[in-house]
Ligand binder design. Structure first.
Ligand code: ATP
Length: 359
C-alpha cells in the first residue's frame, strides 16, 4: 500500500443484464478515511459497496484492497466487514454469542474471545449488555451490536450500508457523531452508504456523490456543499435556488450573465465566454432582502414577497420573480418581517457566494 490508498476502485462497471447500475466509477480511498457514497435511491451506491465486499461480481474494472486485486477473492477472504441496516443478528444468540460467532469459527481460544468481545462491547458503549438477546435491546443498541460484531474481526475496512436508516432522527444524529468518533479512534477506513445528505456532510472526510450509476463529484463535505461542480450536486446537497442563464460578458476579473431577464454580475470562473449557458446556484442562507436595489453593484433580483414559512431554526421567505419562479431566502426568525404579500423586494447576494455551473 505504498500510495496510502486502502481501497482503489478503478473504472468499475456493473451490469445487470442490459442495465448498467455502476458506470466507470473510480475512487481512491485513503487508509483511515471516512468515505461516504451518497446519492438518491437506485444510483448504484449499494451495488458499489457490495462489489467491494465481494457479494457482487464486477463486470469490468478492478478493485484493489490493501494493495491486492480482489477479483478472485471470496467475501470471507477480503479484509473487510459489512454492517447492514437490518443488523442481521442471530435472534436466538446473546449479544456476546453474536459478537463471538466469527471468532469461534476462526477457532480462537475462549480467553481470547472473551477479551475481544469485551474490547468491542466497550468500544460501542455496551458494557454489561453481553448476556441479553437482541429482542431485549433497542434498535440503536442492536445496531451497536452489529457494529461490534463487524469490528471484532479487526477488518482493514468497515463497509456500512445505511446502518442508521432504521433509527429515529434523534438517535440517528447521536449515532452519527458516535460512529465518527469511533472511526477516528480506531483509525480504520470506513466506507459508508447513505442517501441522507446531512448525514454524509456530518460524518465524512470525503463524499462521493453518485447519480444514475456514475460519480458526479468527489470531495470534502465543504467542497461538495460550497462548490458543487454540477447542477445535480448543487440541487441534491442542501437547499438551493437554481437559475438558468447566459453569459453576456466575461473577463478574468468580472463576468455578467442574463438571468431571469436581468443582467447579473457573476463569479468570473474559467471557461466562460459570451452566449455560454450557465446555471447559477444561490443558497437560501447566503441571500438577504432589501427594500431597494443595492447601490453597491451587488447582484440582486426584484420580485414580490409571497410568504414566510417558519421552520424553527430559520424562517423561509418566499419571493416570486416576474417569470413566476420562486426564490427562497433563509432569515433568522428574530427578524420579524413586516412585509405584506405583493410588496416589491430585492433579493441580494454577494457575487462570489453564488456558484456558477457550466455542466
Ligand atoms: P438504494 O438507496 O435504494 O438502496 P442504491 O443507490 O443503493 O439505492 P443499488 O441498490 O446499487 O442502488 O441499485 C442500482 C441499480 O441497480 C438499481 O436500478 C437497481 O434496481 C439495480 N439492481 C441492483 N441489484 C440488482 C440485481 N441483483 N439485479 C438487477 N438489478 C439490480
Amino acid at each position: 500500500m505504498s500510495d496510502n490508498n486502502m481501497v482503489k476502485i478503478k473504472d468499475v462497471v456493473k451490469s445487470f443484464g442490459q442495465h448498467q447500475a455502476v458506470k466507470n466509477v473510480s475512487i481512491d480511498i485513503k487508509q483511515g478515511e471516512f468515505l461516504t457514497l451518497l446519492g438518491p435511491s437506485g444510483c448504484g451506491k449499494t451495488t458499489t459497496l457490495r462489489m467491494i465486499a465481494g457479494f457482487e461480481s464486477i463486470t469490468s474494472g478492478e478493485i484493489v484492497i490493501d494493495g491486492k486485486s480482489v477479483a478472485s477473492q471470496h467475501p470471507y477472504e477480503r479484509d473487510v466487514n459489512t454492517v447492514f441496516q437490518s443488523y442481521a443478528l442471530f435472534p436466538h444468540m446473546s449479544v456476546e454469542e453474536n459478537i463471538a460467532f466469527g471468532l469461534k469459527m476462526k477457532k480462537y481460544s475462549k480467553a481470547k474471545i472473551k477479551e475481544e468481545v469485551e474490547r468491542v462491547l466497550n468500544l460501542v458503549q455496551l458494557e454489561g449488555y453481553g448476556k441479553r438477546k437482541p429482542d431485549q435491546l433497542s434498535g440503536g443498541q442492536n445496531q451497536r451490536v452489529a457494529i461490534a460484531r463487524a469490528l471484532v474481526n479487526n477488518p482493514k475496512v468497515l463497509l456500512l450500508d445505511e446502518p442508521l436508516g432504521a433509527l429515529d432522527l434523534k438517535l440517528r444524529k447521536q449515532m452519527q457523531i458516535e460512529l465518527k468518533h469511533l472511526q477516528q479512534k480506531l483509525g480504520m477506513t470506513f466506507i459508508y452508504v447513505t442517501h441522507d445528505q446531512e448525514e454524509a456532510l456530518t460524518m465524512s472526510d470525503r463524499i462521493a456523490v453518485m447519480n444514475d450509476g456514475h460519480l458526479e463529484q468527489l470531495g470534502t463535505s465543504r467542497e461538495i456543499y460550497e462548490t458543487p461542480k454540477t447542477k445535480f450536486v448543487a440541487d441534491f446537497i442542501g437547499e438551493t435556488n437554481l437559475f438558468e442563464g447566459e453569459v453576456v460578458d466575461s473577463s478574468e476579473i468580472n463576468a455578467v450573465a442574463s438571468v431571469e431577464g436581468n443582467q447579473i454580475p457573476i463569479k468570473p470562473i474559467d471557461g466562460l465566454s459570451p452566449n455560454k449557458d450557465i446555471t447559477l446556484t444561490i443558497r437560501p442562507e447566503l441571500t438577504w432582502i432589501e427594500g431597494s436595489e443595492p447601490s453597491n453593484g451587488k447582484p440582486s433580483l426584484q420580485g414580490k414577497y409571497v410568504e414566510n414559512i417558519y421552520v424553527g431554526s430559520v424562517q423561509k421567505v418566499i419571493v416570486a420573480l416576474p417569470s413566476g419562479k420562486n426564490i427562497v431566502i433563509n432569515e433568522s426568525p428574530m427578524n420579524a418581517s413586516d412585509l405584506s404579500p405583493g410588496d416589491e423586494v430585492n433579493v441580494c447576494w454577494d457575487v462570489d457566494k453564488a456558484g456558477v455551473l457550466t455542466s
